[in-house]
Design a protein around this ligand. Structure first.
Ligand SMILES: [Zn+2]
Length: 306
């Protein structure tokens, strides 16, 4: 993926160059999946910071259809760290999703008691869930405080970027729970996951489904013109759908195996929770009749073939 940094008066978004936010940089990026530079505008997602409005652009690649954010706004006001998985109550909320993901990995050949590396493990909630079910777990997280919190729970966790760590290919599976949409270059991260796998090992990632998230954000924008952000565009840099999830796995040298609905977060507000459950039940139906997966989130599995 090629990048060119822009800052100062040429910044493409109104409000981006105003005083007081001198550290904000807009960076134009090309498609992370195919390298094309053919961004077709899909949606503007405004973010208000200190009384100013920043219009983030979500685009679809004109060559391959991948949905991503460009230009990217990065700076003090738009930290891309420690997302929802860092929440203290995530273990409870995530249990049904973890169950769905582990069941899929088992279906695809993850051996009982196998070795799992969780990338972006945060406080170690999935490490806890999987180790309680007999798997040998280890984690990696960029955030030193979260990695330390997981170590205090007794887990072997390294701090850093997997791409910089020389891991032996000893894992049966690498898991990424709501991580891949945050990273700058998803293909290079998946390729690094592949290098940590034994031959035949599996990569699993759980993320939002653009086929649900983009129409939902458009609808919300129409209903609440002054609202936003609807897609947290400074953190969610990529929006995968089943096609681009398979394409990303293939570009990373993995054989795409399965894309499926693996559950969604529980929402605290009962009405929102019920609405999301209903939407997901309906969204999971079309694949049975040869249609697209329309659930709000999905899991994708790829295999290291050699
Ligand atoms: Zn593309």
């Amino acid at each position: 993926m090629s990048q060119s940094a822009e800052a100062g008066p040429a910044a493409p978004s109104p409000g981006a160059t105003t005083s007081g936010v001198a550290d904000l940089r807009w960076t134009h990026v090309t498609c992370a999946l195919c390298g094309a530079d053919l961004p077709r505008p899909l949606l503007t997602d405004p973010v208000i910071r200190r009384g100013r409005r920043y219009d983030f652009q979500i685009v679809r690649c004109g060559a391959c259809g991948f949905v991503y954010v460009t230009p990217r706004g990065e700076g003090e006001l738009f930290a891309n760290t420690a997302g929802g998985a860092a929440r203290r109550d995530a273990a409870v909320a995530n249990a049904p999703i973890y169950a769905g993901g582990l069941a899929a990995l088992r279906r695809c050949g993850l051996p009982e008691g196998g070795r799992i590396l969780d990338l972006g493990c945060a406080r170690g909630d999935f490490l806890d869930y999987a180790s309680a079910r007999g798997f040998a777990v280890a984690g990696i997280d960029l955030n030193p405080q979260l990695a330390e919190a997981a170590r205090l729970r007794g887990f072997a966790v390294q701090t850093g970027d997997l791409r910089d760590l020389a891991l032996e290919p000893t894992y049966d599976a690498v898991t990424l729970w709501d991580v891949i949409e945050h990273v700058d270059d998803p293909v290079s991260v998946l390729a690094a996951c592949r290098r940590a796998l034994k031959p035949g090992g599996l990569v699993f990632f759980h993320t939002g489904n653009a086929r649900f998230q983009i129409p939902k954000a458009r609808l919300l924008r129409r209903l609440r013109p002054g609202g936003g952000p609807f897609l947290i565009p400074y953190q969610h840099l990529s929006h995968f759908d089943p096609n681009s999830a398979r394409a990303a796995l293939a570009r990373a040298g993995l054989e795409p195996v399965e894309v499926f609905f693996a559950g969604t977060l529980s929402y605290r507000e009962p009405r929102k929770h019920r609405a999301m459950q209903l939407a997901n039940r309906l969204g999971a139906l079309p694949p049975r009749f040869g249609g697209p997966l329309l659930t709000n989130a999905m899991g994708a599995i790829g295999r290291r073939a050699d």
